[in-house]
Design a protein around this ligand. Structure first.
Ligand code: GLU
Length: 418
């Protein structure tokens, strides 16, 4: 674990792997492997003690052929320019895989948010929103939450944008709180699609996810909701971890109680319902039926992939498996439902939020979840059709074959300008 594989190289390798099966020119593929533009900026804010501090921040707009750029903003000390570029590219192919009318973008600030007060984070978020203002807009680029950001940050960005533009434009950002124009079901959406996709994969293999044992690596918003929902389907969540370590219980953990413990103590470690404390790496290599990586990129590299014992992996995180790791897993017949389908529930419900904002209308949670279910199941079926037709090595390559074709078609249909 902890490989230094560059995620941007991983993205390009994934595109190259799929391009072989497509009737798309090399020149177009080359275009689809690079961002259209990347903003790199330095934000200086005043700390609560009056000192100034500078933070590096990025926004990559990867491709807008299918619609406005779309994708989250993360706050993490490990954010780099190449990471943001990769994440923005994954958004392009994610939106195309599930067929929602967006391109892809991503942003990030290099910061450990735990070290800063709420007022400092608000100043920083508003400084970033001010810098982003000329680039974003309801029809241009629509940010959203990602690692370590949520409703609070989205509400601040919306307010900054609307104040500076002297307008109301709730659709400029998604993942807002309900009273600020957010959607029902948005908070749960990433975890929900991860388990819908896992359920479909088990079904495809002639098995039932309700009989599965499950390990979840990462217990943030995506991971813990996935644990809760898969347990509601009848599966047994035997392990969960976060950056401090993991817990194991042979007869199953109560995902909601684990979350309660994390909320109180800051970590899943020490949860009294567990039989054993295990490492993050142990969680990834447990003998379970379903593994859900829900933390950061590169969790499973070539070396670790050799030790993976799960039959199915559903990627709640973006880029948790390196291309070398993927090759090992394919060799071992481990079925990986790729991030660009499995975790696409987040951006799909962001799309529903944006549609509701544009219509100044509010959907019920039931409607949101029903429409999400349809989109994920249809996308999974398109993926498996392509997988079989082309006799592909992995579901990931199948997803890229579907997605790249859709982006390339949109590019071609637009004709040439000037
Ligand atoms: N950050 C999420 C992702 O990686 C959601 C993006 C969005 O809702 O625009 O898919």
């Amino acid at each position: 674990m902890g490989t230094d594989t560059n995620p941007f190289n991983s993205l390009q390798e994934q595109i190259d792997e799929a391009a072989v099966y497509l009737d798309v020119g090399d020149d177009v593929i080359e275009r689809l492997k690079h961002p259209e533009r990347v903003l790199e900026t330095n934000l200086t804010i005043e700390r609560d003690d009056g000192e100034l501090e500078r933070f590096k921040a990025f926004r990559s707009q990867f491709n807008g052929d299918r619609g406005p750029y779309k994708g989250g903003i993360r706050y993490h000390p490990g954010v780099t320019r190449d990471e943001v570029k990769a994440l923005s590219g994954w958004m392009v192919y994610k939106c195309a895989t599930v067929g929602i009318p967006y391109g892809g973008g991503k942003g990030g600030i290099v910061i450990d948010p735990d070290e800063y007060s709420e007022t400092e984070l608000e100043r920083l978020t508003r400084a970033f929103a001010t810098e982003l203002r000329p680039l974003i807009g309801e029809d241009r680029d629509i940010p959203a939450p990602d690692v370590n950001t949520g409703q609070r940050e989205m509400n601040w960005i919306k307010d900054t944008y609307e104040t500076l533009e002297n307008t109301t434009a709730p659709g400029v950002i998604t993942g807002k709180a309900i009273d600020s124009g957010g959607s029902e079901g948005r908070v749960e959406a990433t975890g929900r699609s991860t388990v819908i996709a896992a359920r479909e994969a088990f079904d495809y293999l002639g098995e039932d996810v309700s009989d599965a044992t499950v390990a979840v690596q990462g217990y943030g918003n995506a991971g813990w909701i996935a644990a809760k929902l898969v347990a509601e389907m009848g599966a047994t969540v035997v392990a969960a971890s976060d950056s401090s370590g993991g817990v194991y219980a042979e007869d199953g953990l109560d995902p909601v109680a684990v979350k309660g413990h994390k909320r109180e103590t800051g970590s899943v470690v020490g949860f009294e319902g567990a039989n054993e404390e295990i490492t993050n790496e142990d969680v990834l290599t447990l003998d379970v039926d379903l593994l859900i990586p829900a933390a950061l990129e590169n969790a499973i590299d070539e070396e670790l992939a050799h030790d993976v014992k799960a039959d199915v992996i559903s990627e709640a995180a973006n880029g948790p498996i390196t291309p070398d790791g993927d090759a090992v897993l394919a060799e071992k017949d481990v079925y990986v439902v790729p991030d660009i389908l499995a975790n696409a529930g987040g951006v799909t419900v962001s799309y529903f939020e944006w549609v509701q904002n544009r219509q100044r209308f509010h959907w019920s949670e039931e409607r949101v979840n029903d429409e999400l279910e349809t989109i994920i199941v249809d996308a999974f079926d398109a993926l498996t059709d392509t997988y079989e037709e082309n006799d592909l090595a992995s579901f990931r390559t199948a997803a890229y074959v579907v997605a790249i074709q859709r982006v390339a078609d949109a590019y071609e249909q637009a004709g040439s300008f000037p």
